[in-house]
Design a protein around this ligand. Structure first.
Ligand SMILES: [Fe+2]
Ligand SMILES: [Fe+2]
Length: 303
């Protein structure tokens, strides 16, 4: 049990953080297209040696656009899930209610943040970047799974953002300041979410019989497959956007290399970096040691 995580402490930490969407983007806070947007460990554009440095930067920026979109998309199912989790106990522990409602409000702010960044991107980039979706449909498909499965998927996503921030510090000097700031400010609030998710998983699992825990874990796997399928499609859309933006038509071999490298990079960004997070694995291990082992064995395919 994570006895060190309490609603009161998480609420207090959350209340110490204050930033607005307008502090991060808009006005004189413009995206700098002469720079990379994503940390290289997430974008992996340098592995594509047949692209020129300028083309690699364009691809990095397209991956940045995909990051904004996919994060906005996953937060579309996190927000209603957290509200549904809070609602049945609105008259119970006051700290719990306030911490969960604050969590939901922060997630609504993040959805807005990612949208505002995308608007700025779309206005300045000049080339259309297609995306998977619509987000509401993907959210519906995810939320149709067992609540414990959804909570585990959310837990993985929240820990994943911690890894993304660490990756961004490594490349900080080279990154667009606005994108680096987005990763940092998101990380600040997601650190609290990951703790609340841990408490959510424990509460849901505590109310489940043994069979239901198994079902929840199986559904966590199914949600992963669903997201993985969407990400594979997004990589194809990114390839199209890249060819349009650079007016370059890749050969069949180059396309294959592009898709293989970017598929692995996208999997690591949105799945592997969360699956391998020690805190995520610790929670799964407490539920089912065998499930933890299975995830650890699967992780190399997502690295
Ligand atoms: Fe968020
Ligand atoms: Fe979050």
């Amino acid at each position: 049990m994570h006895r060190e995580y309490t609603y009161q402490a998480v609420l207090a930490a959350s209340e110490r953080i204050r930033w607005r969407v307008e502090d991060l983007i808009g006005g004189d806070k413009e995206l700098d297209f002469s720079r990379s947007f994503m940390p290289e460990s997430l974008a992996r554009v340098e592995d594509l040696a047949f692209l020129s440095p300028a083309e690699r930067r364009v691809l990095n920026q397209i991956r940045g656009h995909g990051y904004l979109y996919v994060f906005g998309l996953v937060e579309e199912f996190i927000l209603p899930f957290v509200l549904d989790h809070a609602r049945p106990q609105l008259h119970a522990d006051d700290y719990r209610v306030r911490a969960l409602l604050r969590f939901a409000a922060e997630e609504a702010k993040h959805i807005h943040l990612f949208k505002r960044f995308r608007e700025e991107f779309t206005r300045a980039f000049g080339t259309r970047c297609e995306v998977i979706g619509p987000p509401q449909e993907i959210a519906r498909a995810v939320l149709a799974h067992h609540p414990l499965g959804v909570a585990l998927a959310i837990l993985q996503i929240e820990w994943m953002t911690q890894q993304h921030y660490v990756a961004s510090i490594r490349d900080d000097a080279a990154l667009d300041p606005q994108f680096a700031s987005l990763l940092r400010h998101h990380w600040m609030e997601e650190a609290q979410h990951a703790k609340l998710d841990t408490l959510m998983v424990e509460a849901l699992a505590g109310a489940c019989g043994s069979d239901e825990v198994d079902r929840g874990i199986a559904d966590y796997g199914r949600i992963g497959e669903l997201l993985d399928g969407g990400l594979a499609r997004q990589v194809e859309l990114d390839l199209d956007a890249f060819q349009r933006a650079t007016r370059r038509s890749l050969s069949a071999d180059e396309r294959d290399a592009f898709l293989a490298v970017q598929r692995a990079a996208t999997r690591w960004t949105f799945l592997g970096s969360g699956m391998s997070h020690p805190s995520f694995l610790a929670t799964v291990g407490e539920l089912r040691p065998a499930a933890r082992l299975q995830i650890e064995q699967m992780t190399p395919a997502f690295c």
